[in-house]
Design a protein. Structure first.
Lengths: 194, 248
């Protein structure tokens, strides 16, 4: 952005310390590009190396955090084995999962976006105003346009929050429908009537 | 995963409704159970199963039975069509084809939902900076009960809408709270839920709307119903109040 800067950091360790500080402070994932620029990494490989040694540091020293890459950026997250104790400590009932109608609706939006309410309702065979409103409220989907058909119905797509919520970097990380079929064919459901 | 238990010799059925949401789910399970190809559903067999199920179930959730019946009747319709001689029909008109397609799509949606659920479960174990503060609510909807003042305010807004309309005739019908109460209860019994705004939409006179509104307030006060509004100016939703739980 400006003229050539003096290197801000003395060594790799300071860069890692800075990386940790940034990720500690930020609530949102930080795009790697921003960090690469600021840390003065000339090549992506240098930056990757930095990330790896930071990751190693977190892993080897039995720390409670790990470096997470999702939502198109980097952030710190607690390790999964801390989950129960954190829940207990903060007396939080983290059972706030999405309901089946919401999940179904979200599935349709994720794989068919942009999609209208009528199309969603048709696929689910049930009026889906409720789940759509709910997902809008939770910012997991948003209106991205209007379909050029009579009535100009709103078209819904998934959001950045959707990616974060499901730990994705972008939509291409979702398996294709073919892969999905294979995925679930392996673990053939036991007959539900036995 | 849903499980449907048919207890022999009894009319009890139990659905552990984690993945059950409508008649197509049941149909899919029936297809899987009988190891049928989704393209070659043995309508007779499934219909028989449906009918025996319905025969065995007495006094169960009418809304759910309605769903079953709806699917069962579609199947029977398809079956009867296949029995009757008929001229060749166009492909896209065929209800069999439409049902197949819907089922295949529905099956896909189920798979994606399952996948998302797994991913959600994994992600919820990982806490990020914002989580403690901005955690999703425990309940799915952020519903709040509205005060009678808010209800009155919304109601006045509704009345204002009526204002512009030209009065063509004056009716002197008598509306009683008791009658309205029965009417509302009946709607709640059959529908399980009532959209108050829609309910009063087709009423002819402000008088009738007023009586309906007072009836609703009175019923809420006596804890027969719960009135909920998701956001200001939004519709008022009414549920039956049942031992502190919202019956949906």
């Amino acid at each position: 952005m400006t003229e050539k800067k003096e290197p801000l950091f003395d060594d790799e360790n300071e860069k890692i310390a800075f990386l940790e500080s940034v990720l500690f402070v930020s609530k949102d994932p930080i795009e790697p590009e921003r960090l690469i620029d600021y840390l003065g990494c000339r090549r992506i490989e240098d930056f990757e190396k930095l990330l790896r040694s930071f990751e190693k540091d977190l892993m080897d020293n039995n720390r409670g955090l790990f470096l997470k890459r999702s939502g198109g950026g980097l952030h710190l997250s607690t390790k999964p084995d801390m989950h129960e104790k954190l829940k207990d400590f903060f007396t939080i009932r983290r059972s706030s999962k999405l309901t089946i109608p919401s999940l179904e609706t979200l599935s349709i939006v994720a794989y068919r976006q942009p999609v209208t309410l009528a199309e969603i309702s048709d696929l689910r065979n049930v009026n889906s105003v409720g789940p759509v409103k709910n997902l809008l409220q939770k910012k997991l989907i948003k209106i991205t346009g209007r379909k050029k058909v009579p009535g100009l119905p709103a078209l819904y797509s998934t959001t950045h929050e959707f990616l974060l919520y499901f730990g994705l970097n972008d939509l291409s990380e979702l398996p294709s429908l073919e892969e999905l079929t294979e995925m679930f064919e392996d673990k053939e459901q036991p007959s539900l009537f036995d | 995963m849903s499980e449907i238990h048919f207890t022999p010799g009894s009319d009890i059925y139990k659905i552990q409704a984690e993945f059950y949401d409508g008649p197509f789910d049941l149909l899919l399970h029936l297809i899987r159970k009988n190891k049928m190809n989704i393209y070659e559903i043995n309508i007779t067999e499934i219909t028989r199963e449906y009918l025996s199920y319905l025969e065995n179930s007495k006094g169960v959730n009418p809304a759910r039975e309605g769903d079953f019946l709806m699917t069962a009747s579609t199947l029977i319709y398809i079956k009867s069509r296949s029995l009757l001689p008929r001229p060749a029909i166009l492909e896209e008109e065929s209800p069999e084809k439409k049902l197949m397609e819907t089922l295949i799509e529905y099956d896909k949606i189920q798979k994606i939902s399952k996948l998302l659920k797994e991913m959600e479960g994994r992600e919820l174990m990982l806490w990020k900076r914002e989580d403690v503060k901005e955690n999703f609510e425990n309940s799915e909807f952020d519903l709040k009960e509205v005060s009678s003042f808010q209800l009155a305010e919304i109601f006045l807004n509704l009345l204002k809408r009526e204002d512009g309309k030209e009065v063509l005739f004056l009716d002197s019908k008598n509306y009683s709270i008791e009658k309205k109460r029965k009417e509302i209860l009946k709607i709640l019994e059959t529908e399980g839920f009532m959209n108050f705004n829609k309910y009063i939409e087709n009423m002819d006179t402000s008088e009738e709307i007023l009586v309906s509104f007072f009836t609703m307030l009175e019923m809420a006060k006596q804890k027969f119903i719960v009135a909920i509004q998701k956001a200001i100016f939004d519709t008022i939703s009414v549920w039956k109040f049942d031992s502190g739980e919202i019956v949906q």
